[in-house]
Design a protein around this ligand. Sequence first.
Ligand code: AMP
Ligand code: ZN
Length: 122
Amino acid sequence: MDNCIFCKIAAGTIPSKKVYEDEDLIVFHDIQPAAPVHLLIVPREHLPTLAECTDKHQALLGKMMLLAPKLAQELGGGYELTADGPAGGFRALVNTGPDGGQEVYHLHLHVMGGPRPWRGQH
Ligand code: AMP
Ligand code: ZN
């Protein structure tokens, strides 16, 4: 899509603080972080919203979800089960449509980790 900011980031024509990429996905830091670790997991394919995904996107969506804990762990916003019980953690969130608070109409999974990020803006 010509006018899509995340397509431009995926194509490398707009810079980003990239932390991961492969043939299907690109991941970068959110420009306005709402948590100590705030990543956006973005498919290279231009899909406007989660609601427009179909059965053929099942593997892609699964891949996005499974990447979230791995990257959160690597970047210091991870979850672990300790001898004292659960510790750390993150939120994985997909805003969908105007009432869902979506601003960029290219599917993306927010991963927000660090101490109690949900007490922040989101
Ligand atoms: P949403 O409201 O779910 O559509 O979220 C869009 C997110 O994209 C917001 O958290 C923005 O801060 C973020 N964002 C917008 N432009 C950029 C950019 N150029 N680089 C990184 N993050 C961006
Ligand atoms: Zn796009």
